[in-house]
Design a protein around this ligand. Sequence first.
Ligand SMILES: *Cc1c(COP(=O)(O)O)cnc(C)c1O
Length: 383
Amino acid sequence: MILRQDREICLHLGEDPYEYHRAVIPPIYETSLFVFSSVDEVHAAIDDSMAQFAYTRGQNPTVQIVEAKLAALEQGESCKCFASGIAAITSTISALVTHGDHILFINEIYGPTLSYAKRLGRYGVTNDVVHLLPDDDVSEALSKAVKPTTKLIYTESPSTCLFKVVDLHKITSFAKAHGILTAIDNTWATPLFQKPLTFGFDICLHSCSKYIGGHSDVVAGAVITSKELLGRIFDEYMLHGATLGPFEAWLVLRGIRTLPERMAKFHEQGQYFAQFLNTHKRVLAVHYPGLPSDEGHALAQKQLTGYSSLMSFELDITDFDDIRTLVKKCRIFKCAVSWGGFESLILPMGRKEDSLSEQRLVRVAVGLEDMNSLIEDLNFAMA
Ligand SMILES: *Cc1c(COP(=O)(O)O)cnc(C)c1O
C-alpha cells in the first residue's frame, strides 16, 4: 500500500516550474558558488549555509529539491543528502558520539557501517552488537546490553543479508526512557514501505544508490531527522566534504518520480519470487519477511506497508563450486554487488573459505524483468 500523499511528494513537492522559466523539469544547478549584491548578504548566507545558497558544498537548489521530498516522505523535519549512503552514515555517527561514548548496534548491520564503528575505537568510542529474535523481550535484552555511556542505538530492519525484523516501537521506547538517541538504516524498505520516524526513531538513513535512485546509475545517501540534530550532523558533513553533486541529485530526483510505481512492482515480484524459492526442492531456507512462514513476518506486517524484492536463500550444496556453477549458468540474473535497480542480480554471500553452512547463502535482487523468465532462469541454473 502506497499513500496517496507520497505519490504527490514524489511527483511534485519541492518543485516550482515558475522559478525556472516554466520548465517542468528543474535544472541541474551545476554551479559551485552563488553571487550576492552586498557584503551583508554574503555574510548572512555563509552563516546559514545549511538553508541558504552560498557554496555548493553546503547547499544547492537541485539537491534541495531531493531533500524536501525525502524529508516529506519520511515525515521528518529536515533532510541532508550526501555523496553516498555510507557518507551519510559515517557523518551522522561521528557527529553524535565522542571519546568515552558507546554505540549499541542491533542485529545484522551493513558491513562498512560496522567497520567504521570499529575504527572509532581509535578515538575512544566503543561498540557492541546485540542480536534480537522477533519474540525476545526487547527491553530486557537491551537493559543487559546498554552501558551508562551508550549514546546511540543503531539498527537496520529488515536487514540486508538475513532480512531480520526488529520491534521498532520497543527499541525507541526503551531508548527514550534511557535518554539514548536512535538511528535506523531504512534502505531496504524505502520511505514508501516503512516510516521509522513515526515509530519514534530520531534519525533515519538511506542509501539512495538502491531503490530510491533505482536505475543503478548513481551513488547517493541521505539522513532525515529533526532540525536540531541535522544542524549537528551538517557541521560534520561540511568538514567531511561529503557533498552530493547537483547532477547526481538530479538523477536521484528522476528516480524518485517513479519510486511508487517501481516499489509496487518490486513488492509483487518479490512476493512471487520468494514463493517460488520457498517451494523449490533444492532450497533449504528463504530469508524474506514477506513470506508468511518467515519468523519476522508477524512483526513485519505491523511495521511495513509493503515488501521490496531483495532476499536471500540457502541452497542444498555440498561444495562452494556448486554456487560458482549456478551463478555462471544464470542468463538474466547478473553477478554483482548492490541492488535496487531495474535489473536482477545474484550474489553469493558466503566464500570458499567459509564453513559449508555459510557457503550456502545466496542473495538475489529481483528486478523488473518478466517473472516467468526470471523463474526459468534460476530453475535452469539450479537444475
Ligand atoms: C548500500 C548500502 C549502504 C551504503 O550505501 P552507498 O550508497 O553504497 O554508500 C548502506 N546501508 C545499506 C543497507 C546498504 O545496502
